[in-house]
Design a protein around this ligand. Sequence first.
Ligand code: ZN
Length: 480
Amino acid sequence: MRPLPLTLLAASLLLATGIASAADPATTIPATAIKTAEQLRDKAMHDDTGYRIVESLTTEIGPRLAGSDADQRARDWAVAKFKALGYDKVYTEQVKFPLWVRRSEHGAIVAPFSQPLVLTALGYSPGTPKGGLTAEVVKFDSLDALKAADPASVKGKIVYIGFRMQRAKDGHDYGMGSAVRTAGPPIAAAKGAAGYLLRSVGTDADQRIAHTGVTGFRDPTKAIPAAALSNPDADQLERVLAYGKPVTLKLDLDCGVVGEYTGANVIGEITGRKHPDQVVAIGGHLDSWDPGTGAIDDGAGVAIAMAAGKLIHDLPQRPDRTIRVIAFANEEMGLWGGRAYADKHAGEVAKFQLGTESDFGAGPVWRMSASVKPEARGAITQIANVLEPIGVAYDAKKPGGGGSDLSQMHGKGMAALTLTQDGTNYFDWHHTPNDTLDKIDPKQLAQNVAVYASFSYMAAQADGDFGSAPGAFAGDGAAD
Ligand SMILES: [Zn+2]
């Protein structure tokens, strides 16, 4: 074999040393930690701590709309619950947001076939004028059709969009459904619409129950009354529209922004033994919409994270790193708690070992994905191997987004998982009066606690980190 030309040899040597010096050592999880994590997992599968927490929250507090009296009572509940569970450190961090209130809501078809409609006002909707808003309806089949509409066809009318969400395990239609609810109202307002109505973003069909949720109104002076019809009422409106005659609706909403409110994220910690300043961050959001009792959204998430921390607390000794459980304020009206948290803690992002939030109901976790540095992929596979026996499949191709509020820390550079729950039934009840405790299967909730307890513990015990650094995961498709 001929010797390599000198320049090529030098280049390949440079390349080799360059790679060797740039690469961090691989992050690994010690065998003893894996054994303990397996024990935690198996114990959690038969433990009812999580269920008892969500039962307590939904029974003793019930609905807890951000900024309501119940919001304060929920914070007091969370502080007391963390303490009762034995957390080492419990504290709150202020979160400010506009205070929106709902007082009453009515709607009706005035002409051609007069009859009442079941609807619910959407977050940040202003109220209608005294005596209600009566206007002709203009229907669009999609958000894109509204975007393309001539303002003259919309001006002074009530815009209606009839997007119908289909049932799916991963709930993927919620992306479009929530866009119709958040982006649609400001687009309609900018074109001069008098009001906005949508078909509820929900998969149920058999009940006259509307699904509430937030709009994307950011400027209250440019907002218009906005509401969601129940699915059967949306069907009815569409049948009436199909006659081809002008359809007049009346909306009578008493709601709106009445000032600013100061709430708080409530945080409990199991303090790390070796690296107390390095944290595994998990959580859920403490606020809920007002019609139900916030069991699946998101009492379940708060309970899963609190119970996972409690199970780690009960081990013979503290984990190497801190387990931080965050019960976020006002997720529902625009990630206020998550955004405030990320703004406050962006400078410490490198201290966040790994994080994710539970906010997709109480169905079992069936898939895990991660956004971590390449040298930590082996450790993620080790975590996946512990979760596999309880039904969690690892998708190495998808990024991890960190969940709802913690997506904001991921956006700042926190290494993150996504633990996808089975959402087949979630959107039957989401943001409705039917979001109540009976929708939670205690065994499925326990599986979630098993996933969160074992992954959190392994991340806390890892030799090495998962790559958190300022801006580390920009452009991964999940860091929004
Ligand atoms: Zn939620």
